[in-house]
Write a protein that binds this ligand. Structure first.
Ligand SMILES: *Cc1c(COP(=O)(O)O)cnc(C)c1O
Length: 385
C-alpha cells in the first residue's frame, strides 16, 4: 500500500489581503507574533519571571508530566526550573491537588497546555494561580481558538503556526498578553529582534510542496524516507527569541479556513462507542460540541486498555493506510534528551506514564471521510482486546 492518510496537519493557506478580521481575543489580549510557538511560550515565561514580586534566584514553572518537550525548552531557556505535575487518571489534564502541592515560594507560573484541541481546565487552575499570585499561561499550540477568547482568565496565551497545528503557516507562533499587564510587558517584548516573513516565490513553492505531502499519495511517499524521523519525539533546546512580522492577511486566511473546517469527532465518538465495553477509554467524548464553539479537533485520541493492545491496533491501522500513532509515546522524564533536565522518572507520575503507554491518536483533519472512520472502527474492533 502506497497511500497513507496523514496523522495530522492542515493545508497552508495563501494570504487574503484586505480581509478585515478582528482576532477573537482582541478585546482582552494584545497579540505579538513570534518566531515559533516555543518562542512565544518562552516569552510568556520571561514576562512571568519579570513581573513576579517574588524574585527567586531560580524561578520554577509548573507543567504537565506528559506533553510536548518544547514546554521544557521554553522554561529552561529563561533559566527557570521545570516542575512536573501528574495527570488525572485517564485525562490529559493536570491533577489540581497535585498541582497545589507542587507550588513553592519560587513558583512564578503554571503552564496549562491544551491537548489535541481540548483546552486544559483553566478555571480550576486559575483559582489556584490566583491564590498563590502566580501567572497562568494557556498553551494553546494544539487548540484553536484559544480558550482565552471565550473567557480571559489566563494572563498569557500561546499559539503555534507550525505544521501539525490547527493553523499551519509552516512556522511562527503568537503570544497573547492580557491587556491589564500593560506597558511594562510591551517594553520588554518590543526590545526583541524582529524578522519578516515574505510570501515570495520560495515561500509559495514550499507551500505547494507541503500541501502535496499532506495528500494520501504524498504522505505515503514521505513516510518512506527514514532519515526524516517523522513523528519521533526528541528534545530540542531553544536558543533565541524573536518577533515575526507576518504578511497582511496570512493569519486571517488561516483562521477563516480553520473556522470553516467540519469536525469529524462526533462521528468518531459514535462509531467507536463499542470500545467502552472492551475497557477502552474515550476521553474526548465529553467534548461534544467542538463545532458549536468553532473549535478544531487536532486528532481524536482514545486510550487502549494496555500498551500491547494499543501497539497492535496502531500496527493494524497503519497496514490499512491510516496514520494512527502513539503521539509522544512517553512521559517527559523518559523523552530522549530530558534526563537530568526534568525531575524524577516516569514512575513518579503514574497517570502520565499510563496515559503515554495507552494513547492512540486518530486523524481528524479535513481529509478524513466517513468511510475512513468506519474502516478505523472495523480495524480496531478486530484488535480491540
Ligand atoms: C507544538 C507545540 C508547542 C511548540 O510550538 P512550535 O511552534 O512547534 O515551536 C508548544 N506547546 C505545545 C502543546 C505544542 O503542541
Amino acid at each position: 500500500m502506497t497511500g497513507m492518510l496523514r496523522p495530522v496537519g492542515s493545508r497552508v493557506p495563501v494570504p487574503h489581503p484586505g480581509t478585515n478580521l478582528q482576532l477573537p481575543w482582541a478585546e482582552n489580549y494584545h497579540t505579538w507574533c513570534m518566531g515559533s510557538g516555543t518562542q512565544a511560550l518562552s516569552s510568556a515565561v520571561l514576562l512571568a519571571i519579570t513581573r513576579s514580586s517574588r524574585r527567586p534566584s531560580t524561578p520554577e514553572v509548573i507543567l504537565p508530566a506528559y506533553g510536548c518537550p518544547d514546554l521544557v525548552a521554553a522554561v529552561v531557556a529563561q533559566g527557570a526550573r521545570p516542575v512536573l505535575v501528574d495527570l488525572l487518571p485517564d485525562y490529559p489534564f493536570m491533577d489540581p491537588e497535585k498541582l497545589s502541592n507542587s507550588l513553592s515560594a519560587a513558583t512564578v507560573a503554571v503552564i496549562a497546555a491544551g491537548f489535541l484541541g481540548v483546552p486544559e481546565q483553566l478555571s480550576s487552575l486559575a483559582g489556584i494561580c490566583r491564590d498563590h499570585g502566580v501567572w497562568l499561561i494557556e498553551d494553546s499550540a494544539q487548540c484553536f481558538p484559544p480558550d482565552c477568547a471565550r473567557d480571559p482568565i489566563a494572563d498569557c496565551a500561546v499559539l503555534s503556526f507550525g505544521r501539525g497545528k490547527p493553523i499551519n503557516l509552516m512556522g511562527g507562533g503568537a503570544l497573547l498578553v492580557r491587556r491589564d499587564h500593560g506597558p511594562a510587558t510591551s517594553d520588554l517584548l518590543s526590545g526583541l529582534p524582529e524578522i519578516q516573513l515574505d510570501v515570495d516565490w520560495k515561500w509559495k513553492a514550499r507551500r505547494q510542496l507541503f500541501n502535496f505531502l499532506l495528500g494520501r499519495f504524498g504522505y505515503g511517499l514521505l513516510r518512506r524516507v527514514p532519515f526524516l524521523g517523522l513523528g519521533s519525539t526528541v528534545y530540542k533546546p531553544l536558543v533565541r527569541l524573536c518577533r515575526l512580522k507576518l504578511p497582511a492577511g496570512l493569519l486571517e486566511a488561516g483562521i477563516s479556513e480553520a473556522k470553516n473546517r467540519a469536525s469529524i469527532s462526533p462521528e468518531y465518538t459514535r462509531k467507536l462507542g463499542f470500545l467502552r465495553q472492551r475497557r477502552w477509554t474515550l476521553f474526548m467524548e465529553q467534548d461534544i460540541a467542538p463545532q458549536a464553539e468553532g473549535r478544531v479537533t487536532l486528532r481524536y485520541g482514545v486510550l487502549a486498555p494496555n500498551q500491547h493492545v494499543r501497539d497492535r491496533a496502531i500496527n493494524a491501522l497503519n497496514q490499512k493506510g491510516i496514520g494512527a500513532n502513539a503521539f509522544y509515546e512517553r512521559a517527559l522524564p523518559e523523552i530522549e534528551g530530558l534526563k537530568g533536565i526534568v525531575p524524577g522518572s516516569a514512575s513518579d507520575y503514574p497517570n502520565a506514564a499510563s496515559f503515554a503507554n495507552r494513547l492512540l491518536t486518530l486523524p481528524s483533519h479535513e481529509d478524513v471521510t466517513s468511510q475512513d472512520v468506519s474502516l478505523i472502527a472495523s480495524v480496531i474492533s478486530e484488535w480491540a482486546s
